[in-house]
Design a protein around this ligand. Structure first.
Ligand code: NAD
Length: 279
């Protein structure tokens, strides 16, 4: 059964995040797109960040507003400090504040280690790690300015870092990506420790294999799918909605006591499936 079927979608309570303002980076594709839509279904107003592909972003905005909430598409490169600052200023100006940041934007630039250029290394670190740092910093400044508004949420703000199972699973041929996600894990925990006294909850979601454009090679052909499924005890490749629902849960007050945790959403990929029969 796919997570995208109607039965699953209808379980999101439309009032769970009512009145909250969410920013999702890289929200015109894949996981970010599904997350932005899930947040809208849960009653949040949503800023859909994109760096390229305005039409896709506008389409996501349309899907969100169909649920009776506000949404807007903002262009910004998350690795550029001035653009992130301007995006947050615009959001506070137009939406009043920010309650939920989903630092999702990310990319891969794969190469065997000895062939990896500094440009490939740097680009991935700039977007996947520095991008999350910049967005988290700007969101936190606004959370601290505003403080807790009890009618809206028990927390002053929620940050959800999009990590990966590769924050703990080494990944040959992807040293830049795995290093960036390892960095995200420690950044998330450090921010969670530093900001919890101010009632800011910082957590991460670590997806396993989710069917999106970033990893098309891994699921496009039957052979690739078969290889991939060997790594997933639960026996299916994830859908972007699987991650969107996890983010909605983590962002909501139902999980108000969850601080500094990584929620693995991976069908059991981090359970060392190779040891199910061996070892
Ligand atoms: P995707 O390629 O569909 O989406 C990535 C998004 O990030 C795109 O919208 C892209 O335009 C955006 N982006 C890239 N650089 C940006 C920048 N400088 N500024 C703003 N936006 C930028 O891939 P996805 O699978 O949806 O990936 C989303 C996140 O999930 C990434 O952080 C990725 O590392 C993580 N992730 C994905 C998987 C998976 O299996 N798909 C697994 C683990 C983690």
């Amino acid at each position: 059964m796919s997570a995208t079927d109607g039965a699953t979608q209808n379980v999101i309570p439309g009032h769970l995040l009512k009145g909250q303002k969410a920013l999702v980076t890289g929200a015109n594709s894949g996981i970010g797109r599904a997350t932005a839509i899930a947040l809208g279904r849960a009653g949040a107003d949503v800023v859909v960040n994109y760096v390229a592909g305005r039409e896709d972003a506008e389409q996501v905005v349309e899907e969100i507003t169909a649920h009776g909430v506000r949404a807007a598409a903002y262009e910004a490169d998350v690795s550029d400090e001035d653009q992130v600052v301007a995006m947050m200023d615009r959001m506070v100006g137009e939406f009043g504040t920010i309650d939920i940041l989903v630092a999702n934007a990310g990319l891969q630039r794969d190469a065997p280690f000895t062939e990896m250029s500094v440009a490939q290394w740097q680009k991935v670190l700039d977007v996947n790690l520095t991008g999350q740092f910049l967005c988290a910093r700007e969101a936190t400044r606004e959370f601290l300015r505003r403080g807790v508004v009890p009618e809206v949420s028990r927390a002053a703000g929620k940050i959800i870092c999009m990590s990966s199972v590769h924050q703990v699973i080494p990944w040959a041929g992807h040293v830049n990506y795995a290093s960036s996600k390892g960095g995200v894990q420690m950044m998330m925990q450090t921010l969670a420790q530093e900001l919890a006294p101010q009632k800011i909850r910082v957590n991460a979601v670590a997806p396993g294999a989710i069917r999106t454009p970033i990893n098309r090679d891994a699921w496009e052909t039957p052979e690739a799918r078969e290889d991939l499924l060997r790594l997933i005890p639960y026996g299916r490749i994830g859908d972007p909605e699987d991650i969107g629902y996890a983010v909605v849960g983590l962002a909501s007050d139902l999980m108000d006591y969850v601080v500094g945790t990584t929620l693995y959403v991976d069908g059991g990929m981090t359970l060392f499936p190779g040891f199910a029969t061996g070892g």
